[in-house]
Design a binder for this molecule. Structure first.
Ligand SMILES: Nc1ncnc2c1ncn2[C@@H]1O[C@H](COP(=O)(O)OP(=O)(O)O)[C@@H](O)[C@H]1O
Ligand SMILES: [Mg+2]
Length: 512
């Protein structure tokens, strides 16, 4: 965009009752002090913004003479478009004109704002303006037109480990988010690490309280298993003995049973033996005949024989069982039971040793787990710290590259965009120096030259070409020809106000 001034007319503007300025590529304004040179650029900023050339509200109503109305109008071009704007002040009330049409303040301001950015216009027009801004604004303005270095570019210049790690993380999150996430992790892991350390310590102390059971757990277990087997074998022997004794007891109870029957049989014997053979009939009392008597006798004989046969049978059966019993073993189990108790008791100290052993091993495992936890917590903590350090390094490098990029735009000025804090963090700042001197330390001419260099960069970067007004140019012997229309004012003693528009090819001669 190119802004060029054509004609400025002033009526009753400060000391100027009526003045027309026709601008050329170079416009030279000369005259003695107080001839109204500085009022000319002020009329332009007053017209556009109602301010002086540094942006402060101004009232140019004449105070040394009476006037009806203060009027400023400027004919200028923005690229191919020609614009005529006017601002009047009548009894302190402003009036606006767009292409000679009276307009409202809002419309007028909208037109001006649409044409160009106010801060940029001031900075380009008045080389002193930029330095009056707050440093943050100066910085933002300069950076507005300089693209920041791409992440890839910065990552490439970091130490490989940091670059790779951040590169991966940046695929998912912004740098700010990565920082927030890892700050949070660091905070948590810091705390967790302290907890893990004290847990390990407590468990280690508990372990130290126990004596290391030196025995080999496997041989203890084998020993116990052997004892258990022996106990089981003894118990099965006990079972077998019980079964065997069961047969003995059976025989014994059979013998007892038969013996009882023998006793009963014995009791029957005397009655049978002493049975009287009657020779008279029991009912009719008649003497029995010999045959009958014989028959009774025979019956008795028969029954005796039968008795004897049964009785002897019982005796024989008993004796056989007794013989069998004599042949059957009876095992005394008490001894075996004592043995079981004894062997089982031998396992007791081993069982205790195994219990202590596994308690010790259990605690040892807990210590190992706690140590592993401590280690992994420390790793996570260190990783978060590594990422945070990488972010710091990234920011430093980014600032460095950004600084280099901006610095490359300047020839004599040195620009500092960042400062490093004591903790290594990078903070935005803004300092412009010329020959190692800050702007405030510069002389009038150095200040103008610094301002001109700066506006050149702004003009180039923003691609806006605008007029520049160098006031009090007599203080500066030479300067580089700026881009855009050049308006210079110089004090010439004893001379009335003189305004000369010079054509293009003569401009460079005048500025050198
Ligand atoms: N509101 C005003 N009314 C009338 N004269 C003014 C007003 N403001 C400033 N002046 C005077 O106008 C004259 C021109 O000022 P200026 O443009 O600064 O001159 P120069 O830059 O040539 O030295 C000075 O004498 C100044 O005092
Ligand atoms: Mg002046």
């Amino acid at each position: 965009m190119k802004i060029a001034f054509k004609t400025l007319t002033l009526q009753n503007f400060k000391s100027h009752r009526d003045l027309t300025v026709n601008f050329g590529e170079l416009t030279q304004i000369t005259g003695d002090n107080a001839k109204g040179k500085s009022s000319i650029p002020e009329a332009i900023t007053f017209l556009l913004y109602g301010t002086d050339t540094l942006g402060s509200k101004t009232d140019p109503t004449p105070i040394t003479y009476d006037s009806e109305e203060t009027m400023v109008s400027l004919l200028f071009t923005v690229d191919e478009k020609q614009v005529l704007l006017g601002r009047a002040l009548k009894k302190g009330k402003a009036q606006y004109y767009i292409n000679e049409v009276p307009s409202k303040a809002k419309e007028f301001n909208e037109i001006v704002d649409q044409l160009f950015d106010k801060e940029l216009f001031f900075s380009l027009f008045n080389p002193n303006y930029f330095f009056t801004l707050h440093w943050e604004k100066q910085r933002a303005m300069l950076l507005q037109y300089v693209t920041s270095p791409a992440n890839k570019e910065v990552l490439k210049q970091l130490p490989e480990m940091q670059g790779n790690r951040l590169g991966e993380l940046l695929k998912k999150h912004s740098l700010g988010d990565i920082e927030e996430i890892n700050k949070e992790i660091k905070k948590k892991k810091d705390k967790a690490y302290i907890g893990a350390q004290s847990r390990t310590k407590t468990l280690q102390e508990q372990l130290e309280q126990l004596t290391d059971p030196k025995e080999d757990i496997d041989s203890l277990k084998a020993e116990l298993a052997a004892i258990d087997i022996e106990v089981r074998e003894l118990e099965s022997e006990l079972d077998k003995a019980w079964e065997k004794n069961q047969a003995y007891n059976n025989l014994q109870s059979q013998i007892n049973y038969i013996q009882d029957r023998i006793e009963i049989s014995k009791e029957q014997w005397p009655a049978l033996k002493n049975e009287v053979i009657e020779d008279t009939c029991k009912t009719c009392k008649q003497p029995l005949d010999a045959t009958s008597v014989e028959a009774v006798k025979a019956d008795k004989e028969h029954r005796i024989a039968e008795y004897k046969s049964i009785h002897n049978g019982l005796l024989k059966e008993r004796d056989e069982l007794k013989k069998k019993l004599a042949e059957t073993d009876f095992i005394d189990r008490t001894e075996l039971q004592e043995k079981v108790k004894e062997v089982d008791a031998m396992g007791q100290p081993i069982r205790e040793a195994i219990r202590i052993h596994s308690q010790y091993e259990g605690l040892k495992t807990q210590v190992r787990n706690a140590e592993a936890d401590e280690k992994s917590t420390l790793q996570a903590l260190n990783d978060a710290i590594f990422v945070l350090d990488s972010i710091k390094a990234f920011r430093t490098k980014e600032a460095e590259l950004q600084g280099e990029k901006v610095q490359a735009l300047f020839k004599t000025l040195s620009i500092k965009l960042f400062e490093e804090l004591k903790n290594g963090e990078i903070k935005a700042s803004f300092e412009i120096e010329m020959d190692c001197k800050g702007y405030r330390k510069l002389s009038l001419s150095e200040g103008i030259r610094a301002g001109l260099e700066l506006r050149e960069v702004l003009s180039k970067q923003s691609e806006v070409i605008a007029p520049v007004f160098i006031d009090n140019a007599e203080s500066i012997t030479s300067f580089k020809q700026p881009t855009g229309q050049l308006i210079i004012s110089r004090v010439v003693a004893g001379q009335e106000l003189k305004i000369e528009a010079v054509r293009n090819h003569e401009k460079s001669k005048a500025s050198n």
